[in-house]
Design a protein around this ligand. Structure first.
Ligand code: SF4
Length: 236
């Protein structure tokens, strides 16, 4: 009797595991198709921040927090003409830096972090932007999202998926993640997308969010991945 109960429980567990694996597998297959379709829809998807060196990328990505890439790109040319290296930024007068980056918003905090980060790069990494997520995320003002962007754009070595406001919205709407915190959403996405797709998905979700899955007015009927979207299915 006891053995029969144990067997039944085991069978139940195995069935639940099989169903979960099956669901994961289905979403995995859809994820490949999602990448394919979005690539066809946005063949030119790429990073829209302008930069020439890894350190310029670090500065640009810090300025892009709560600001559009377009505005950052209008602001950085004048700065990078005069200040380029971590040494330049470590020495810059904080008030001058605040004024230069003022159009990007949150200028006091951003100026403080840029200066601090420049000093840390000089002291800890001999003036070179580190090339690992672990070291990047220890720098002032560089969170996981920024570190992901730097690893991908400056070093061509994506380690994850930068979860910005577009990525977060799309992941939740499609149903790839039910989480709200970017780090947790990223962990869910990393389970479903292959490493070889990290680069594309970083760019594609941003372009899809800007052009089709727009926050206030998503164009669901013309969305190339609507058949995989939980939110879309809910509304038909
Ligand atoms: S179907 Fe609509 S909500 Fe879903 S991903 Fe496309 S645009 Fe976004």
């Amino acid at each position: 009797m006891q053995n029969k109960k144990i067997n039944e429980a085991e069978q139940k567990n195995n069935k639940a595991k099989t169903n979960k694996d099956k669901t994961n597998q289905e979403v995995k297959l859809n994820s490949k198709e999602i990448v394919k379709r979005l690539k066809e829809r946005y063949p030119d998807a790429k990073c829209s921040l302008d930069f020439e060196t890894p350190f310029e990328m670090v500065v640009a990505v810090m300025l892009s927090a709560q600001c559009t890439d377009e505005r950052v790109n209008k602001t950085t040319p004048d700065i990078f003409k005069k200040y380029k290296t971590p040494e330049d930024f470590a020495k810059i007068d904080i008030e001058e830096l605040e004024e230069l980056i003022h159009p990007c918003g949150f200028y006091k905090n951003k100026a403080k972090n840029i200066k601090k980060c420049a000093k840390e790069i000089i002291e800890r990494h001999n003036g070179k932007v580190p090339e690992t997520m672990e070291e990047l995320t220890k720098l002032s003002g560089v969170g996981r999202k920024s570190a992901n962007v730097v690893m991908l754009e400056a070093f061509g070595n994506p380690q994850g998926i930068a979860v910005d406001t577009h990525c977060k919205r799309i992941a939740n709407k499609i149903g790839l993640s039910t989480q709200k915190e970017p780090e947790k959403i990223e962990q869910d996405l990393l389970k479903f997308f292959d490493k070889e797709d990290y680069k594309d998905i970083n760019h594609l979700f941003i372009w899809h969010g800007r052009n089709t899955c727009i926050a206030r007015n998503p164009k669901c009927n013309e969305c190339v991945i609507n058949e995989f979207c939980k939110e879309f299915k809910k509304n038909i």
